[in-house]
Write a protein that binds this ligand. Structure first.
Ligand SMILES: [Zn+2]
Length: 260
């Protein structure tokens, strides 16, 4: 038996389908047909990867439809959505601050990303899915993309200082996928500490360069301070170094995943 679905699962399903509660069966069907028409694999015959992306998205939409359908059948109370989504195009999914983080990609619903070749508009992540070893990122408005072709946008990592544009008023402060992977590496393999420290310093350097391109002083200052921190650890003993790295990563991670 599938696990009992939570109100949050329902809210995400509604969001993926682009509807707001309360929803009747007829409304659900209409929304489902509209969404699936955009995602249907037959529309994506020009490339195998795109067909596969469409399949992944179709499956996510099917699951969302089934979930909401069960919800209606069980006559459960509708979840309260965080804020109205009257502005349908605005990048504000329900409850993004506490959506679960995909351990494989380091992404979660609500993240802003750019898709290869990274020169298009910023997209909003609706979720992630692993399909035959391949991680896919499901996008709110434009199908799905392979995880290795998706880059975080408009954010800065508080652990390493890496950042990315476009320049926005308030970039998201969140650990970068590389820092999340490094944290897991450190948990499993203590001998990774030296490599992780240099990798952080390199990311801080890249963050500093990017912050200057974006002309954002706050991003620049943070990247600069992370670089100083990483450099200061060059001569630390292995145990001190590991402790410092793990604590920087977990602080960044805890702050990011804490409910607002
Ligand atoms: Zn980072």
């Amino acid at each position: 038996m599938p696990r009992r679905t939570s109100p949050r699962d329902c809210a995400r399903a509604l969001w993926l389908l682009g509807i707001e509660p309360p929803v009747t069966s007829a409304q659900l069907q209409a929304a489902y047909r509209a969404r699936i028409a955009q995602a249907h694999p037959d529309l994506h015959l020009d490339s195998e990867a795109r067909t596969e992306a469409a399949n992944v998205l179709s499956r996510a939409i099917n699951e969302a439809r089934d979930l909401v359908s069960d919800w209606i059948a069980a006559d459960r109370d509708w979840p309260a959505l965080a804020g109205s989504r009257a502005a349908a195009r605005s990048p504000a999914p329900p409850d993004p601050m506490s959506a679960p983080v995909c351990r494989r990609t380091g992404l979660r619903a609500g993240d802003l990303v750019r898709v290869w070749p990274y020169d298009g508009d910023v997209e909003v992540v609706a979720g992630t899915e692993i399909d035959r070893e391949q991680a896919w990122v499901i996008l709110r408005d434009h199908g799905a993309a392979r995880a290795d072709r998706v880059m975080l946008a408009a954010y800065q990592c508080p652990a390493c200082g890496r950042c990315a544009g476009p320049a926005v008023e308030r970039p998201v402060l969140r650990p970068c996928p590389e820092c999340l992977a490094d944290l897991r590496a450190l948990e499993r393999r203590p001998d990774e500490t030296r490599r992780v420290r240099s990798a952080i310093e390199a990311r801080a350097e890249a963050g500093l360069a990017e912050a200057r391109v974006l002309r954002d002083e706050r991003l620049e200052q943070r990247a600069e301070s992370r670089r100083r921190w990483a450099r200061g650890l060059r001569r630390a003993g292995p145990d001190d170094l590991r402790a410092a790295l793990v604590s920087a990563f977990t602080n960044a991670f805890d702050r990011w995943t804490a409910p607002v």
